[in-house]
Design a protein around this ligand. Structure first.
Ligand SMILES: C[S@@+](CC[C@H](N)C(=O)[O-])C[C@H]1O[C@@H](n2cnc3c(N)ncnc32)[C@H](O)[C@@H]1O
Length: 313
C-alpha cells in the first residue's frame, strides 16, 4: 500500500455549518464532566457493570484526547494496546461526531468494495472519516497488494496547548475543542482557531497503523469541502453520514463534494453500523456517471438512502 499526498482544499465549498449558540451550550453541558484520562479507569469502565453506570451516568465521567498518548505508551503487547486505544478513541467526542470505531465492523461494505475493485486494473481507495483507522484494516489486507490506499479524517490529530492543570485541546482544524482544568473537562466546540504548531500533537492513528511496516498514516480531509488532487475510483465512508450528527442538507452537500474526488465510473460506498439493521450494517453505493451520482446498489436500507434515491449532481 502507498500513501500519497492527496488533499487540496477548495474554500468555495462550505464546511458543515457552525452550531447555533443554544445548541453549542447544550453540547457543552452534555459532553463536559469529570475527566481523569487514566488508562486504569478506562479499563474499569470498559469492564461494565455497576461501576460503568455510576461513573458514566452519575459522575458524568468523560475521556478527552489526552488519554490517547497514555494508552499508546502502555507497556502492553500490540494487540492489547491497539484494542484499548480503539476503545479509548471511541469515547472521544469531536464536535458533531464521536470517534467511535472497531476492528472488522464494516464487513458488508468491505465485501462490496472488493467486488467492485475487481473492475479496475489498479484499484485506488480513498477512505474518509476513519477515526483511528482499525476499521479499514481488513479491507486493506484483502485488496490486491499494489492498491494505493489513503486513509483520512477531519481530525487525524489533536493538539494540546498549555501546561500542568490547564490544557487547551484543539481539533484537527486548530479550533478549540475543549479545556482540561485539573480533573474537569469542558467540551467547548468553539470556532476560535489557534496556531496548532505551537502545541504538542496527539496522533489518532491506532498503534497497529503506526507500528505497521511501512507505517500507515491518516491524512486530514474534510468530506464537506476537500477534494483529492487525483480522483479515486473507490471511496469508502463508514459511520460518518449519520442523520443525528448532520442535517440532511449537509449530508447531501458532502456527498456531492465527495463526487469531485471520484473518477468517472468510480464508486462511493456509504455505510453505517447499527443493531437496528439486519446484519448490523447497512450500505449503499453511488456511481459517478458524468456529472451525476447514481444509486447502483443498496443493502439493509441505510438511514440516509432516501436522500439519494434519485440522481444527484
Ligand atoms: C463514528 S467515526 C467512524 C469511524 C470509522 N469510519 C468506522 O466506521 O469505524 C466518525 C469519524 O468521522 C470523522 N468526521 C467527522 N466529521 C468529518 C468530516 N466533515 N470530514 C471527515 N471526517 C469527519 C470523525 O472525526 C470520526 O473519526
Amino acid at each position: 500500500m502507498t500513501t500519497p499526498e492527496i488533499c487540496t482544499v477548495d474554500t468555495t465549498c462550505p464546511s458543515a455549518p457552525a452550531l447555533p449558540l443554544a445548541l453549542r451550550l447544550q453540547h457543552a453541558a452534555k459532553e463536559s464532566g469529570l475527566c481523569l484520562d487514566q488508562p486504569w479507569l478506562l479499563r474499569r469502565v470498559l469492564a461494565g457493570g455497576l461501576f460503568r453506570t455510576l461513573a458514566m451516568r452519575f459522575l458524568r465521567l468523560k475521556f478527552s484526547p489526552l488519554i490517547l498518548d497514555r494508552v499508546r505508551a502502555l507497556p502492553l503487547p500490540l494487540a492489547e494496546r491497539s484494542s484499548l486505544f480503539t476503545q479509548a478513541i471511541s469515547l472521544i467526542n469531536a464536535r458533531e461526531t464521536y470517534k467511535t470505531t472497531g476492528l472488522g465492523r464494516t464487513r458488508l461494505v468491505d465485501a462490496a468494495v472488493l467486488r467492485r475493485a475487481g473492475e479496475f486494473q489498479k484499484p485506488r481507495l480513498l477512505e474518509v472519516g476513519v477515526s483511528d483507522g482499525v476499521s479499514s484494516l481488513d479491507l486493506l489486507a484483502a485488496l490486491p497488494a499494489q492498491t494505493e490506499a489513503t486513509l483520512t479524517d477531519r481530525h487525524p490529530e489533536f493538539t494540546r496547548r498549555g501546561f500542568g492543570p490547564a490544557v487547551l485541546i484543539l481539533d484537527g482544524c486548530g479550533r478549540v475543542l475543549g479545556l482540561k482544568l485539573f480533573c474537569l473537562y469542558l467540551n467547548l466546540p468553539l470556532e476560535v482557531r489557534l496556531a496548532p504548531f505551537k502545541g504538542r500533537s496527539i496522533q489518532t492513528a491506532n498503534p497497529r497503523l503506526a507500528e505497521a511496516s511501512p507505517p500507515l498514516s491518516i491524512i486530514r480531509f474534510d468530506v464537506c469541502r476537500d477534494a483529492a488532487a487525483q480522483p479515486y475510483p473507490l471511496i469508502k465512508c463508514a459511520n460518518v453520514f449519520n442523520r443525528k450528527y448532520f442535517p440532511d442538507a449537509t449530508i447531501r452537500g458532502a456527498v456531492a463534494n465527495l463526487g469531485r474526488s471520484l473518477t468517472d465510473g468510480g464508486y462511493l460506498f456509504i455505510s453505517q453500523n447499527n443493531d437496528r439493521y439486519a446484519e448490523g450494517e447497512a450500505y449503499f453505493v453511488l456511481q459517478k456517471q458524468g456529472a451525476k451520482l447514481v444509486l447502483v446498489e443498496e443493502r439493509n436500507r441505510h438511514e440516509a438512502l432516501e436522500l439519494f434515491q434519485g440522481a444527484t449532481t
